[in-house]
Design a protein around this ligand. Sequence first.
Ligand SMILES: Nc1ncnc2c1ncn2[C@@H]1O[C@H](COP(=O)(O)OP(=O)(O)O)[C@@H](O)[C@H]1O
Ligand SMILES: [Mg+2]
Length: 519
Amino acid sequence: MLKIFKRSGKGSRNPALAKAVEEVEVEEVAPAALVPEDYEIIDRYPIVEPHARILIIENPKTGDMRYIVDELKLNKREREIYNRVAEALRWELKPLGEVVEDPKDYFIREARRVLTKYRISLGEMPGVSWSKILYYLERDIMGYGLIDPIMRDPNIEDISCNGVNRPIYVWHRKYESLPSNVMFTDIEELNEFIVKLAHKAGKHISTAYPILDAMLPENHRVAATFMEEISRAGSTFTIRKFREDPITIVDMINFGTISAEAAAYLWLAMEFKLPALVIGVTGAGKTTMLNALACMFKPTIKVVTIEDTPELRLPLENWVQLTSRPSYGFGPEKIGEISLFDLVKVSLRYRPDIIMVGEVRGEEAYVLFQAMATGHGGMTSLHAENVDAAVKRLTSPPMNIPQSYIPLVKIGIVIRRLTIRRAGRERVARRVTEITEIIDYNRYSTVVKWVPTDDSFIHEWEESANLRDIALSMGRSFDEVLEELKRRRDLLLWMAENNIRSYISVAKVVQKYYATGGL
Ligand SMILES: Nc1ncnc2c1ncn2[C@@H]1O[C@H](COP(=O)(O)OP(=O)(O)O)[C@@H](O)[C@H]1O
Ligand SMILES: [Mg+2]
């Protein structure tokens, strides 16, 4: 099968690039080397038009999928110019610390200036794409080199390299874990790359300190090991990307993760700052759910978030984001570590309405419950299969929450990653399988339940102690609160139908609702 794509620079956001792109408008056959015989292209999208794009390919017989970075390659002449300009830039660029403007703008300007100089001195050069050379200069000097297109792909959340000559794995929002066609084939190159990652993060990695755990300037968390010191396959790294565009409650309604009615219930719960616990295994979607819930808070409340990796992104003015810090040294030298426990303690000083801990694992849970016992709102997630297991974990070491504290949490939200059949195809999905009110230790009442047989949700509001409490505190009847819930359900459905989905627009609608309507 012939795969033909037309590449064009139209629509490119960088006007200078768009102009230069006209030179390389080509009709081109997808390089056969990128798409092995038994594979078909099932998805494709541009990253930097027209220089880099992504192909998702699948072998329909085996179901095997791969992530293909397709970059226009430099030809011999372009490579020579690239090398000379890169060398010149190394001498001519100011240290970026001395640059006052945006370093990227500065770089592009300088690179273009040096390129233009060469262009003039070299005269007519048919077959040379200057914009392509500029793309590679930016990619390699300012960007992340070989993995730069992956870093720029907003669908990618995780990038792992397990050593030299092994494909880099990516975690794709839509297709999940995929091997890519990108790999480091040279040990030196991989080592240099990891040193560069460390520098970008303002840290140091070497054979003496072969572990890196740090934050990149764009808030991506990077962990790396250096040479064969601790990993026999040589240097390794993994980058957890910061999500620019988080999944919202409206997305979840559209994906079928939750019903609009259950979402409306959680919205009410967020307005009344009812402490909630999101329960699920790794990758189930707990952090994502916390983030979606936080977009429904009243805009005036003060939230402190506490995480190991900054994943949460809240549309609130009054938000303090705290992140733990690993220690600088090793073994007895362990110094400078700041744990979740330390952060929960310090968060109380900020007088927050809500303390939100990304995920509790240890003694920080106890401090969080103490804070809730003294009237703070609390939200967190916990690794467990269901409410029962979650409560068992909370009340056992190392968390040791007293049983009497358990009902401080009002709502348990269980979320699962599972496979469902849709249109005759198995596919991965996330479902809120239950929402349970915690009345007391060992006394739970489930108000929302997911029915696997027909992929629907059952709601039992009559049983809801929380809705009754809300009615009481507002001096309203239970039926009035139910009506309010239905109004919010309809508003959420309207947003879902009209694709008002980004976290900013969801927050806007929610805040407008608080200002003009509501209970
Ligand atoms: N409701 C959802 N629908 C589709 N994908 C989701 C949903 N919730 C989470 N994801 C995706 O699942 C992955 C893991 O989510 P995350 O919230 O980090 O899980 P956890 O915190 O439970 O480990 C992410 O790639 C995220 O984009
Ligand atoms: Mg998480």
